[in-house]
Design a protein around this ligand. Structure first.
Ligand SMILES: [Zn+2]
Length: 287
């Protein structure tokens, strides 16, 4: 699932590759993916791409005239940049993983794709992303740029276990399942620690860990081609998706425990005083 660093890298790639080009055609193959109807996709033809950026995990592509294509890639969505398309024929609706295709004036362009059967990728053509895209108005401060005071107020303002608080887009925008594991490992904090019980020093450490982990990931990702970003994301991970492997910091085995509707990975020696966390969901079932 793309998180802040990957979306930042996709935006950087589009700024480098697509800005300055005009749209030849915007094709929609998955009508459930496009959440808006005004302006129509046909209204984008002839417009120049003037910028690409993001709001948390939302990618925002700006066309001249102030129209934006905003995309939430969700769990299995991705952006594939094509130097050329094999066929000039418009996409057939409802077939295959391509939801939206944008063809540019130099023959290149990009596809928004979604693997799997659960279709959750969401695209919006809007003139005002903050007002018109559900979710953007509710985003908390950006996790990459929040200063320590803003970060502290955000984290302490929502009482809960740190794993859930960091992933809550209304608290901090941009962090998902993978980078929350990495940030908590870098901060040497338990994923189950309560946000409102952190000392000032722990909050400062958590802020610094967030900056370090996200900046490192952005640094590794930016400049990579979109197709290589997924592998790049995985290569930098110390605990996420590494259950049973040695922690690169201390050598202890990375462990996994269920959390909400998913699972998290952590290092007991680095984060929980050497004690494995109890799997609360499992113990509830057993009892
Ligand atoms: Zn460790």
């Amino acid at each position: 699932m793309p998180e802040l660093p990957e979306v930042e890298a996709l935006a950087a790639y589009l700024r480098d590759r697509a800005v300055g080009h005009r749209v030849q055609r915007l094709e929609v193959a998955s009508f459930s993916a496009l959440k808006t109807y005004d302006p129509a996709p046909s209204a984008i033809a002839g417009k120049e791409i003037v910028d690409a950026g993001r709001h948390g995990k939302f990618l925002d592509i700006t066309f001249d005239g102030g129209v934006h294509l905003v995309v939430h890639l969700s769990r299995a969505g991705w952006l594939h940049y094509r130097d050329a398309f094999a066929s000039a024929a418009p996409l057939k609706p409802g077939k295959g993983p391509i939801a939206v295709r944008v063809r540019l004036d130099d023959g290149s362009g990009f596809d928004l794709t979604e693997a799997g059967t659960q279709k959750r990728l969401a695209a919006y053509l809007v003139t005002d992303p903050a007002a018109m895209v559900p979710g953007i108005a509710k985003l908390g401060p950006d996790a990459l740029t929040a200063d320590e005071a803003t970060f502290a107020a955000a984290v302490r303002g929502r009482r809960g276990q740190l794993k859930g608080v960091l992933k809550d887009q209304a608290v901090l925008a941009g962090i998902g399942n993978a980078y929350s594991d990495e940030i908590l490992h870098a901060a040497k904090l338990s994923p189950f620690a309560m946000s409102d019980r952190l000392t000032d020093a722990q909050v400062a450490t958590l802020h610094e860990a967030t900056q370090t982990v996200l900046n490192d990931a952005v640094g590794r990702s930016v400049g990579q081609k979109a197709a290589e970003l997924k592998g790049e994301k995985r290569s930098g991970m110390k605990v996420h998706a590494r259950t049973g492997l040695p922690c690169p910091v201390c050598g202890d085995n990375v462990r996994e425990v269920s959390f909400a509707d998913s699972s998290l990975q952590y290092c007991p020696t680095c984060q929980t005083g050497g004690k494995p966390l109890a799997d609360r969901r499992l113990s509830r079932l057993v009892r």
